[in-house]
Design a protein around this ligand. Structure first.
Ligand code: OXD
Ligand code: MN
Length: 580
């Protein structure tokens, strides 16, 4: 580690190098240095103790997928869904931007563990950065400092990540991954996923590459435990594209709590899974905090996180009230008088929103009342079900179960979501996002699909695979399903199916709950709405199969034949079935 840090310092030429130990005393100093940069502010000490507001550069407010590269000698190795650079060219081009980038700045060396401190599934990373905001966030999102240095010892088994804010100009911004070397280089951005290198860069892009080599899985999945009456907890992992309510599902307050069904949070974004000696796929959450989207988060959508956000939290690009409290659209209530926008200007309705739509909170995971007692279990939790999903206004039923593992992999590989205005401005465009890994897979996704297919053959007690869609709309354009805490009814059906119960009807796309499959007591929902929610429309699926085939064609001959077979299988089942 020291040798690599020296090399990084020779390149970036900082005034000073600080090795972080992760202590509270050190954190106070880092926070002071963050405040001294002028773009961060303490929040109300009484109502939000130890909370800060950070305003990022307006040109640096989201992950930048078009500036994110996977570097490999051969373009085919990264596939048609990744941006490619050859490693030597990348080192030359980006190396020039790093040259002297930390002049006049402090270089912080941040050793960190992704995963529980003593878990054999966890891994060590070392991020070198010139941003005290990044250090403060890393301390929440990972186990950082001495614990990590101790775990590493004199070993060289760590993922190095070199990060500099550079000049924050998007024209000189690169988030580059070198999977063969297990190296990350990020320059020109101080924002979350681009700069907190443990998260998307290591725990997904580099880890997915390592996982394939080593026979495990690194997935863009939340992990939750569903407790059933009697206290048994069944764990499920779920993948949804951004803006589909992943954090809310992971932290849900169950509408069936009085019947004994409670949801526990293990993780809200990433899952690392290994086959354990007991034959189950066991998962850890490699992260230690939640880096969640603030707008839309309120007591109705996520009461658990709301109870976590009033202490030890860093807010990025939210609005702020005259009482120095954070504010965003959806927090509840009207904008208060004297509200400042995320850019620090007086808010009025002509300004549009006060918080940036991608404003974030960084909060320690153990502050959530829903945190699972097993969230740091070194052996991980056994996963019984995988859940895929997306926003589909007209296509996918509320829930369906795949026929078997290979079919489930097909369901994941053809996952898609329709864009919302909030994310891109283009409403209703269907974006294919296999396993929600499109922006996060560190190698050719055709090989990634093969890895999934292979894993299914190796896991003695493989999870069953489901698909959900909370976003189906009726003819009136309104959502058919109430969502949020009511989603537990779907989780309960999934649990029933895992345990060999649960009433289901076979359709060409899989099993959907029959008339009495879902527990609906206490919920006002018309039989017509229910029918519509579970309708499998042959024409709509025909069109979707054509679209997913086009997507598959991008991978050419590298696409596993088993997936083409599953695709054909759905088609054939539609042709044979009586119209429903
Ligand atoms: C995230 C994302 O920020 O998936 O977690 O975009
Ligand atoms: Mn994510």
């Amino acid at each position: 580690m020291e040798a690599w840090v020296e090399e990084a310092a020779r390149l970036t030429k900082p005034d000073k190098v600080v090795f972080c130990d992760g202590s509270a005393a050190e954190n106070r100093i880092i926070l002071q240095q963050m405040l001294a940069q002028g773009d961060s502010f303490p929040l109300n000490e009484k109502t939000y103790p130890n909370c800060y507001l950070h305003r990022s550069n307006p040109s640096d407010v989201a992950r930048t997928e078009h500036l994110t590269f996977i570097c490999a000698p051969d373009k085919d190795e990264v596939g048609p869904t990744n941006h490619w650079m050859d490693p030597e060219g990348a080192k030359f081009k980006i190396g020039r931007l790093f040259d002297g980038a930390m002049r006049g700045r402090t270089m912080y060396v941040v050793p960190y563990i992704m995963g529980p401190v003593s878990s054999p599934i966890s891994k060590v990373g070392v991020e070198v950065t010139d941003s005290p905001y990044v250090v403060a966030n890393m301390r929440i999102m990972a186990r950082m400092g001495k614990v990590a240095a101790d775990r590493l010892g004199s070993s060289s088994d760590f993922v190095p990540g070199l990060h500099s804010l550079g000049d924050l100009d998007p024209l000189r911004r690169y988030i580059a991954h070198f999977p063969e070397e297990r190296l990350i280089w990020s320059v020109g951005s101080g924002y979350g996923g681009n700069a907190l290198l443990g998260k998307k860069c290591f725990a997904l892009r580099i880890a997915s590459y390592m996982a394939r080599q080593q026979g495990w899985m690194a997935e863009h999945m939340l992990i939750l435990g569903l407790e059933s009456p009697g206290g048994k907890v069944t764990y499920m992992a779920a993948a949804f594209p951004s803006a589909c309510g992943k954090t809310n599902l992971a932290m849900m307050v169950s509408a069936l709590e009085n019947q004994g069904y409670k949801v526990w949070t293990v993780g809200d974004d990433i899952s690392w899974m290994q086959i354990s000696p007991d034959g189950y796929l066991r998962a850890i959450n490699p992260e230690a905090g939640f880096f969640g989207v603030a707008p839309g988060t309120g007591m109705k959508t996520n009461p658990n996180v709301m109870q976590a956000l009033n202490r030890n939290t860093i807010f990025t690009n939210v609005g702020v009230t005259p009482q120095s409290e954070p504010w965003w659209e959806g927090i509840g209530g009207d904008p208060p008088a004297g509200l400042l926008t995320w850019r620090g200007e007086q808010w009025d309705s002509s300004k549009g929103v006060a918080a940036h739509p991608n404003a974030r909170y960084t909060v320690p995971a153990n502050q959530s009342p829903s945190i699972s007692p097993k969230w740091e279990a070194p052996e991980g939790v056994p996963i019984s079900a995988f859940i895929f999903g997306g926003r589909r206004a007209r296509l996918a039923p509320l829930v369906y179960e795949s026929f078997h593992w290979q079919h489930g992999v097909f369901v994941g590989a053809t996952m898609a979501s329709e864009t919302t205005a909030a994310t891109t401005g283009d409403v209703g465009i269907t974006r294919r996002d296999p396993m929600a890994m499109l922006p996060f897979c560190g190698y050719n996704m055709a090989d990634y699909f093969q890895h999934w297919l292979d894993m299914g053959k190796k896991i003695p007690h493989a999870p069953k695979i489901f698909h959900v869609n909370w976003f189906r709309k009726g003819a009136d354009g309104k959502f058919l399903w109430p969502g949020y805490g009511e989603n537990v009814r779907v989780l309960k059906w999934i649990l029933d199916r895992v345990e060999g119960r649960g009433e289901a009807r076979e359709t060409p796309i899989g099993f959907v709950p029959g008339r009495t499959g879902l527990t609906l007591d206490g919920l006002k929902i018309s039989p017509e709405a229910l029918d519509e929610m579970f309708r499998v429309d042959a024409d709509a699926w025909e069109a979707d199969l054509a679209d997913s085939r086009e997507f598959f064609d991008k991978f050419g001959a590298r696409l596993p034949g088993e997936l083409r077979k599953e695709h054909e299988g759905v088609r054939n089942r539609f042709q044979k079935s009586v119209p429903v």
